[in-house]
Design a protein around this ligand. Structure first.
Ligand code: SAM
Length: 381
């Protein structure tokens, strides 16, 4: 069972959960009867989570105080995993991965090649949407760590992902049956002839030198459907060399895109009137005048040797809310005031990351008339 794509209602022992402590502190945890999840806000027994619906808030009383600590126990998704995974490399974030997946039309019909696996961030997103994913990583330790994570998350056993320890620039993508560097658990692949029929129709290359891997793709891509490709490169020089290699290998529809993800905040802003500003100026002037007169009186008392020259400041009522200055807090949307809807855009771009070079290839351009007739019949019903 994939912990990342099979929907579940209730938390059970042996489930993976992502524990939301705060917006930038989400921890992956395997729910285990008798275990405890410790945070600085308190200790949360896993037994309190078992049987509750995913998404539940769990509270414990903080030791030595009357306050409560809270966590939320969430079902894992590729998006949350991207925010919580242990980084072993730079990773692809959701603003990029979601755009790439729709551009390369990732669907259950997709057979995806991904290289390199890196920290496995994008692999989880691909595994949820694609029919099958072939992921390649040449760094042995990263390969082992990713393999273990994929296994733990149920992507390998009866899953739809194969991971291969391979330098794809040197040795390409073909997988011979019985290849000891490839790890998968899928009957369809076990039964497939050697080399394994990869038939990839969606390719994602996040490599320092994609141009060296591109010539190897021809032996593993689908021969009878359109193949879409995306290369993810931080430097424009890499884009240049990649495009040169793509053109040389007959790839078409080449286009480069950069994603600039920004958050838009939508909120209400109080409508401020000129009369409010004038009232505020009158208030300030009046208070200043009162202060000047008080100081003048105290000075006169002092020079005429009166006993107690000091005069208490007059008690002023708590300032009513004034949109131009200090005052009591008003809750956004308070019906006693007038509001308008505004949106505010972040000035900084939160998701740089890389240039995305897209391309496509159709190997066999002849039309299979029998297939076309069959599909037309199906459409006509
Ligand atoms: N897309 C990944 C993610 O979202 O977690 C991150 C990929 S990381 C930036 C690039 C990975 O490619 C590294 O782990 C590196 O070891 C691997 N790599 C680089 N050259 C490679 C090659 N020739 N063959 C296979 N893997 C390679």
């Amino acid at each position: 069972m994939s912990h990342f794509s099979d929907y579940k209602d209730l938390i059970q022992a042996d489930d993976w959960a992502l524990i939301w402590i705060s917006r930038d502190n989400i921890k992956p945890v395997k729910i285990t009867a008798g275990a405890t999840f410790n945070t600085r806000y308190g200790s949360f027994p896993h037994d309190d989570m078992i049987g509750k619906p995913f998404g539940s808030q769990i509270a414990v009383r903080t030791r030595g105080s009357n306050k409560f600590g809270f966590i939320h126990v969430l079902q894992p998704t590729p998006e949350l995993w991207t925010l919580s995974l242990p980084h072993r490399t730079q990773i692809v974030y959701t603003p990029d991965s979601s755009y790439i997946m729709q551009r390369i039309q990732c669907s259950p019909q997709s057979r995806v090649i991904e290289a390199g696996t890196g920290s496995g961030s994008f692999s989880h997103a691909f595994a949820r949407s694609a029919g099958y994913v072939f992921s390649y990583e040449f760094h042995e330790i990263r390969y082992e760590q990713a393999r273990k994570e994929f296994e733990d998350h149920g992507l390998l056993q009866d899953g739809n992902l194969a991971i291969t320890h391979r330098d794809v620039c040197q040795d390409g993508f073909a997988i011979q049956k019985g290849d000891k560097t490839t790890f998968f658990d899928d009957e369809r692949l076990n039964e497939s002839p050697s080399p394994v029929q990869i038939n990839a129709n969606a390719i994602f290359l996040d490599l320092p030198a994609p141009w060296s891997a591109i010539p190897h793709l021809d032996e593993v891509i689908s021969q009878d459907s359109k193949v879409s490709l995306c290369c993810f490169s931080p430097c424009i020089e890499q884009v240049d060399k990649t495009i040169e290699a793509l053109e040389k290998q007959g790839w078409t529809e080449i286009e480069m895109v950069e994603i600039q993800g920004k958050q838009y905040e939508s909120r209400r802003q109080m409508v401020r009137h000129l009369d409010d500003a004038l009232q505020r100026l009158r208030d300030v002037k009046e208070r200043k005048q009162m202060g000047v007169e008080r100081r003048k009186r105290m000075f006169n008392k002092l020079i005429s040797d009166q006993e107690e020259p000091y005069e208490q400041r007059p008690e002023t009522p708590k300032t009513q809310f004034n949109p131009f200055g200090k005052g009591s807090r008003v809750k956004e949307g308070d019906t006693g005031f007038q509001w308008k809807e505004v949106s505010k855009v972040e000035s900084e771009i939160k998701s740089h990351t890389s240039y995305l070079t897209f391309a496509s290839k159709i190997v066999n351009k002849t039309r299979d008339e029998t297939l076309v007739a069959k599909l037309a019949d199906e459409i006509r019903g």
